[in-house]
Design a protein around this ligand. Structure first.
Ligand code: NDP
Ligand SMILES: O=C(O)C1=N[C@H](C(=O)O)C[C@H](O)C1
Length: 234
């Protein structure tokens, strides 16, 4: 598989380490918008860049006929436009706020626990995410995905970036930034007498990177718009 890395920062480099070990080929390492000239006939593009550049990069790949695996967060207000373009060009696109197998299992666990806990109003639900200090967005895309799966179950009015869990019908997400933390997400159920937590701790970026590569291999040869639920059969 010939892979173009669109975005060659922390994630691009983590993916490169795994690709080199498994015998696939990286044909482009881009820190600019993909073009016919710089994408080097890649079979698939893996896009981890910035919230400001992801949309243009994804559209450029689709218009060049290259399937795209995108992991960049905080640009999703434009996802409907990408979906329209992908259908128009009969392309292939996958987006996930988090590509790691563990987090995708955590998403399923989160929904099941929320279904159980909503019957017990003594418990107040909230979310916490912790990431490295270089992270550009808050809350994390993963925390938003967790929230979006809880909100319909609890009939809440959306989420808010706040440590104040008490005052409204919005799900509070607290975002903390600490040196070198790859990504930790916790869903908390707190009552007067006790607290229940479910937590996913990424030990490194390896899980995100290997999941993105699994998604890339799965996507090549397909047409359509997909998520990690399709890739993992969840
Ligand atoms: N879905 C998932 O599983 C995961 C998602 N992420 C998300 O991925 C994104 C990237 O994370 P990370 O690798 O840590 O970030 P980094 O800041 O380490 O890397 C981003 C890279 O993109 C480059 N870049 C800037 N402009 C462009 C452009 N126009 N086209 C292509 N590349 C460009 C930057 O270059 P320069 O520094 O020169 O500006 C930088 O090298 C974030 O949104 C993060 O939240 C992260 C981990 C897992
Ligand atoms: O920026 C990061 O590092 C991460 N971003 C993703 C997110 O916003 O959820 C995934 C992971 O938590 C690491």
């Amino acid at each position: 598989m010939k892979i173009a890395l669109v975005g060659y920062g922390k994630m691009g480099k983590a993916i490169e380490t795994i690709v080199e070990a498994q015998g696939d080929q990286i044909v482009a390492r881009l820190e600019e918008k993909p073009t016919k000239k710089n994408i080097n006939e890649a079979d698939v593009a893996i896009e981890f860049s910035t919230p400001q550049t992801a949309f243009d990069n994804v559209v450029a790949c689709l218009e060049l006929g290259i399937p795209v695996v995108c992991g960049t967060t905080a640009w999703l207000d434009r996802l409907p436009e990408v979906e329209k373009i992908c259908s128009h060009v009969n392309g292939a696109f996958i987006y996930a706020s988090n590509y790691s197998l563990g987090v995708n299992l955590f998403f399923e666990i989160n929904k099941r626990i929320a279904q159980l806990m909503k019957k017990y109003p003594d418990y107040t639900i909230s979310l916490e995410e912790i990431h490295h200090t270089e992270k550009k967005d808050a809350p994390s895309g993963t925390a938003i995905t967790l929230a979006e799966e809880i909100i319909p179950i609890y009939h809440m009015d959306g989420w808010k970036l706040s440590s104040d869990v008490s005052s409204s019908n919005q799900l509070a997400i607290e975002a903390k930034r600490e040196k070198d933390v790859p990504g930790t997400h916790t869903v908390l159920y707190n009552s007067e007498v006790d607290q229940i937590e479910i937590k996913h701790i990424a030990h490194s970026r390896k899980g995100f990177a290997s999941g993105a590569l699994v998604a890339a291999k799965w996507l090549v040869g397909k047409k359509g718009i997909f998520t990690m639920k399709d890739v993992l059969g969840l």
